[in-house]
Every structure is written in structure tokens, then in C-alpha cells.
Write a protein that binds this ligand. Structure first.
Ligand code: 13P
Length: 251
């Protein structure tokens, strides 16, 4: 049995006071919802305050990125060790980081390894672009991303995957539930071929890309989909709560 997971990726949104306000709004209800792992991924600068606010809560925090080195002369970077003190999860390899910050599979692999080493749960994002999708290259792209950025031992460390087709992110054009289920099924098969059926059956794979309170049911009703990585809708307390509640009722 894979426990469903809903994670909110706030991206580069919210000041410290807005972050505190949003979590304060959601906390009472969000805390009560059982059998779904709930994760909030605010900007780095709000992690410490939100950690304090969520002391003793079942709601978990995640970061949106990290660097793979532990410490040193890397101006502007944040290390796994720093995050291990502040949160439980970290999003790695988001398409926005691949696209705007030129993150390669090799770099992403180092980040996932470094996160696991300090006990953080990485949420590794993979997904094809529109042109790749239209050219029928989705499976090849996903297989290459998986092969370059994950290794067998990462799965036993609790690695979570998020399938986020780039054409569905922030566009309002989500994949259909069937489409997402089929592609996540492919990802699971690929993991099964590489690392065995047991590993493939245990790994949680989320869908991400224009998930809303109106379409979440479509995804979580699918057998291969274990939850969602939510962008825009995670910035609205009511929408995020509704997404988590619906997931808890279905899964
Ligand atoms: P949206 O839900 O805003 O499309 O963003 C998805 C995403 O990129 C989550 O990581």
C-alpha cells in the first residue's frame, strides 16, 4: 500500500508574512485530514518560521531545491545539511530548474544523492516538453531522465517521483487522468525493468501540472497515481484543502 501524498510547490511566491498567513489559515483543517501525507514547499526564507508554526503538526515541510555540497564557498547556495534541520522533503529537478537554470541529469542525480544522505525525502521531477510529446518521444525522454538522475538505492531511501509534463505546468491544460495514468504506468514499468517489480510497486509517483480542486478527482481515481504536486492551487488555502480532502476520501 502506497500512502498518497499531496505536496504544494509554492515556487517563488509569498513573502514571509504571506507564508505565515497562508499556513495559519490551512493548518487547523489540514491537520485533521488522515491517510494522506501533506507537504508544503515554501521558499527557503520561510522554512524556519513555518517549522516553528508547525511544531508538533503532522503537516510536513519541503524545500524547492538544494545544492549537493555540504558546505563551503558556494555563494548563494543552500546545503542538504542546512535543510535537514528545517524540513523533511525537497523538490529536485523541477522543469523550471532544468529550463531556467540549466540543471542536467548528472547534477540532479548528485542533488538526489545528497538529499538522501542527510535523511531528506527527495521529490524528483521528470516530464517531457510539448515538442517532445507531439513527436511521440515522451517515453524516451522520461526513461532518459530517470536513468540519468536516479539509482537503485535511492528507491529504498524513500525517493518520490513526480511526473510533470512541461506543457501542463501553469498552463491550465492538465493531462487527462487516463493520459497521466498511462504515462505513470510506463514510469513504473521502466523502474520495474531496471530495479525489479518490488521497487516499482513501492515507489510513490505523483502527477503535477495544472492540478486544481476541480480536476484532482480525475487523477487520484487512477490506480498508478499516488497523489499530486500542486503549483498555483496550493497558494489558495481553500483549494489546497479541497485537493487534500478529496484525496483522503478516494485513496
Ligand atoms: P501548476 O499546478 O501551477 O501547473 O504547477 C505545477 C508544478 O509545477 C508543481 O511543481
Amino acid at each position: 500500500m502506497r500512502i498518497p501524498l499531496i505536496a504544494g510547490n509554492w515556487k517563488m511566491n509569498t513573502t514571509l508574512s504571506e507564508a505565515i498567513e497562508l499556513v495559519s489559515q490551512m493548518r487547523p483543517e489540514l491537520e485533521k485530514i488522515g491517510n494522506v501525507d501533506r507537504v508544503i514547499c515554501p521558499p527557503f526564507v520561510s522554512l524556519a518560521a513555518l517549522k516553528e508554526l508547525l511544531e508538533g503538526s503532522s503537516i510536513k515541510l519541503g524545500a524547492q531545491n538544494l545544492y549537493f555540497e555540504t558546505r563551503g564557498a558556494y555563494t548563494g547556495e543552500i546545503s542538504p545539511l542546512m535543510l535537514a534541520d528545517l524540513c523533511d522533503y525537497v523538490i529536485i529537478g523541477h522543469s523550471e530548474r532544468r529550463q531556467y537554470f540549466n540543471e542536467s541529469g548528472e547534477l540532479i542525480n548528485k542533488k538526489v544523492k545528497a538529499a538522501l544522505k542527510v535523511g531528506l525525502t527527495p521529490v524528483l521531477c521528470i516530464g517531457e516538453g510539448l515538442a517532445e510529446n507531439e513527436a511521440g518521444k515522451t517515453e524516451a525522454v522520461l526513461a532518459a531522465q530517470l536513468d540519468s538522475s536516479s539509482e537503485r538505492e535511492y528507491y529504498s531511501g524513500g525517493l518520490v517521483l513526480a511526473y510533470e509534463p512541461v506543457w501542463a505546468i501553469g498552463t491550465g491544460k492538465a493531462a487527462s487522468g487516463e493520459q497521466a495514468n498511462e504515462t505513470i504506468g510506463f514510469i513504473r514499468q521502466h523502474i520495474s525493468r531496471q530495479h525489479g517489480q518490488g521497487t516499482a510497486q513501492q515507489v510513490r509517483i505523483l502527477y503535477g501540472g495544472s492540478v486544481t480542486a476541480d480536476n484532482i478527482a480525475e487523477f487520484i481515481n487512477q490506480p498508478e497515481i499516488d497523489g499530486a504536486l500542486v503549483g498555483g492551487a496550493s497558494l489558495k488555502a481553500g483549494d489546497f484543502l479541497s485537493i487534500v480532502k478529496q484525496t483522503s476520501e478516494v485513496k
